[in-house]
Structures are given as C-alpha cells and as structure tokens.
Design a protein around this ligand. Structure first.
Ligand SMILES: C[S@@+](CC[C@H](N)C(=O)[O-])C[C@H]1O[C@@H](n2cnc3c(N)ncnc32)[C@H](O)[C@@H]1O
Length: 262
C-alpha cells in the first residue's frame, strides 16, 4: 500500500493503540448509529462497507442486523481485533485493509457506506467522499459520523484542532457541517440531514490513555484548556466536575443519498 505521511501516521498510531478500541471503549455504544439507521432505507440484506472500522462497532451492528458487511481499515491489528469480536458474536464479516481515500471496489457496489469517528484522520476527505459516492449504488446511502465544529466559529475550530493535535498527532482536521455538505454535493450525494449533537468528554485521563499521549503533550493540552477564551469555553461547554475537566464535542451525523438516474 502506498501511503501519504498523514495516512502513515494514522496507520502507525492505530496499529499501536488497537487494544484500546475494542470492548469498553466509548465507541462500543452504538446508539448514535442505531438512531441514524432508523432514517436510512435499506434492503433486508444490504451490501455495506464500513470505512475505518476501528474496533468494528459500527460494522458489527450492521452485520447483527443481517447485512453483508465489509470492515475496512488502514491498521491490520484493528481488523484482526474486529474479526475476533465478530467471531465471538457469531457474526460473519469480511475484513479488508485499505485507505479510505482509495476504495478497491467496483462502481455502484454497495447499498450503504458508513464511516464513524475516523474521517478527521483522513488526508483527503474529498477523495473519501468521492470514492464513497462512486462505490454506492444509485439510491444508496452514505452515513458519516465524526467530530466537527459548528460553521463560522474559526476560533473554536483552531482551539480544538490544536488540542487534538497535541493529544494525537495523527489527527488531521475536523470539518464543519458546511464543508461536508460541499464535498457531498460535488460528489453527487444529496444530503438528507446533517445534525450536530454534543457528546460529553467525561474523563481527560481516559482520553489521553486512548491515544497514548506523552506527558509533555498532556501538559500542552492542559495549557490550552486553562487559557481557553470565553468564546471557546462556551462553544465546548468547558467545565470542571468533581475535580475533573469535562467538555462537549460537537459530533456530526450526516446522511446523504446517491441520486438515481432520471
Ligand atoms: C476511532 S477509530 C474508528 C471507530 C469505528 N469506526 C467505530 O465505529 O467504532 C479510527 C480508525 O480510523 C482508521 N483510519 C485512520 N485514517 C484512515 C484512513 N486514511 N483510511 C482508513 N482508515 C483510517 C484508524 O486505523 C482507526 O482504526
């Protein structure tokens, strides 16, 4: 696989940290995916690609609903763990190692492409959306769930970008809902809904542990929190509860559909 430096950084980071993303990780709670799926019309036995599957939580939910699922990721250890989890749950899935930016599938192959809490690592969200649109059947759906920032809040965007970079240097960029809408439009995907839902960050230690953030980077994150402006504090609802720093991540759920020929 020919990887650019951003993809390479993500591959190394997640290969090293794969043990953090299985059982017990907050992403194991797939209520957000269930809620989104209730709005997506799918055939009884849909063909699904779960891009950047990580611990496999999204793809395994879809497999448990009777769909035919490919779990794809850059990091082989992630795929190995997701495959083990599938076997433990008696679910048949296929795993494929590849980047999100170049999908090794024919045109119009899938009923659904999903990608949850991963796209902020992609070197080219534009290629990822274009490729997702290409491999979807006409009428097929694209479900993106990812950290985001509200439109028109550049200071908040810069703050969370700096913070995420210190925590996990393989972070690339959060896109605003508007930026995702533009990418979908260019790729021929009609956005059905794009909603920001805040998700609580309840424990900074866990957050650091998941990314193996070194002590000097943790200090930089704490500095950013201490010096955050009133606007940033309000945007992320930065607070302290029982001596613990908390904030709320805006998380975007975007559903788009590939147009059918007229
Ligand atoms: C937080 S995990 C994903 C969580 C998962 N989707 C879920 O629902 O639980 C992020 C994953 O993105 C993968 N990743 C990062 N950049 C990628 C890229 N460019 N192409 C494919 N996978 C990528 C990482 O290897 C990692 O496994």
């Amino acid at each position: 696989m020919d990887l650019d430096p951003i993809q390479q950084a993500a591959q190394e980071q997640f290969a090293r940290q794969s043990s953090q993303y299985g059982r017990g990780h907050i992403l194991e709670d797939v209520a957000d995916v269930r809620a989104a799926l209730s709005q997506i019309p799918l055939p009884a036995h849909a063909t699904v690609l779960d891009v950047a599957t990580g611990g496999g939580h999204t793809g395994l939910l879809l497999a448990s609903l009777g769909h035919d699922v490919i779990l794809a990721d850059l990091a082989q250890p992630m795929l190995d763990r997701a495959a083990r989890l599938a076997a433990e749950r008696g679910l048949a899935v296929t795993t494929r190692q590849h980047a999100a930016e170049t999908l090794p599938y024919p045109d119009e192959h899938f009923d659904l492409v999903t990608c949850r809490v991963a796209a902020h690592h992609f070197s080219s969200p534009e290629s990822f959306v274009r490729e997702s649109a290409r491999v979807l059947r006409p009428g097929g759906c694209f479900l993106l769930i990812d950290g985001s920032v509200p439109d028109d809040q550049p200071e908040a965007e810069a703050w969370i970008h700096a913070l995420e970079k210190w925590r996990d240097p393989s972070h690339h960029r959060f896109l605003t809902p508007r930026a995702w809408r533009v990418l979908c439009g260019r790729a021929g995907l009609a956005v059905q809904s794009a909603e920001l839902q805040p998700l609580k960050q309840p424990n900074l230690d866990w957050y650091f542990a998941a990314a193996a953030t070194p002590p000097e980077n943790r200090r930089e994150v704490l500095k950013l929190i201490e010096t955050a402006s009133a606007q940033v504090r309000a945007a992320f609802r930065l607070a302290e509860e029982d001596g613990k720093i908390t904030w709320w991540w805006p998380r975007l759920t975007l559903i788009a559909q590939k147009s059918r020929p007229t």
